[in-house]
Design a protein around this ligand. Sequence first.
Ligand SMILES: CC(C)(COP(=O)(O)OP(=O)(O)OC[C@H]1O[C@@H](n2cnc3c(N)ncnc32)[C@H](O)[C@@H]1OP(=O)(O)O)[C@@H](O)C(=O)NCCC(=O)NCCS
Length: 254
Amino acid sequence: MLSMTTLDLVTSDAQVVGSARIDERGKSPSRAVLARYSGTTPDIFVDAVANTLVGHRLITHDAEVASALVESGATVLRASRMMVLSSFELVQDGLIVWKCPIGPIQHTPNAYAAVYIRAYPPEHPDHDPSEVTVEAAANTITTYLSGEEVGPLNRLASGEALDPSGVVIGVIIVSELAGNDEYEGGPWVTELFIDPAWHGLGVGTALIHFAVIQLALQNRLTLGLAVTVGSPAGRLYERLGFEERSKSWALIID
Ligand SMILES: CC(C)(COP(=O)(O)OP(=O)(O)OC[C@H]1O[C@@H](n2cnc3c(N)ncnc32)[C@H](O)[C@@H]1OP(=O)(O)O)[C@@H](O)C(=O)NCCC(=O)NCCS
């Protein structure tokens, strides 16, 4: 169920110093996207956040706010880079050779779940301990495919890679992200994951090529994504020409 509310952020002496858009869809804790009003110092803003939003997953694109939150005792859950590939061309110099079959997504979330779990082992910076069973991982993937989380699925640009016997070894899920203050919106890589047995063999690159070709055929010439700071996937995106637009932080005050 879609549930979004906007709260004023108020200091202990009743000044309104910003707002928070609370998104109660999906996972707990609910997300609170922070906006600081101009003229408010990070410290005063953080006092107002601490008055109102203990226990929420706080999202900010503001480096000063992130650092003031950390100084006040908040824990960083994730730092991520928003990256965009823009103005790509359909015709390139050489042929693109894919080493395994790549095509539109056709399998069920359950078929993707086992690959997803193997792609995000405990040592991965995006590992989520609540997603280690096939059922939990399939639920998460279902929310991406249904459009409930992130935005409507771009089915044509979403693809899967198969091994020679037809078993799924990789998936790219592309959604249509609504515009916000940080990004104008458009096609967005919601997930990209490859079976570790196939890492480093060009499958991830091939799935991004697939998405980009499908998007170019729809006359859509940008593709955005967020990657966790420290994830090796960042190198892949840089090599493919994605450029960093902004950073964001997810934090929690316990
Ligand atoms: C990131 C990921 C999708 C890359 O897929 P891949 O098929 O291994 O990618 P390719 O073979 O096309 O390209 C390899 C690139 O990925 C990066 N990479 C990430 N993890 C890697 C691994 N375990 N082995 C080799 N390369 C890896 C390397 O930087 C490499 O870049 P390089 O060519 O400049 O050296 C895959 O490693 C994966 O599923 N990781 C776990 C899930 C994840 O982090 N998804 C991204 C979320 S934003």
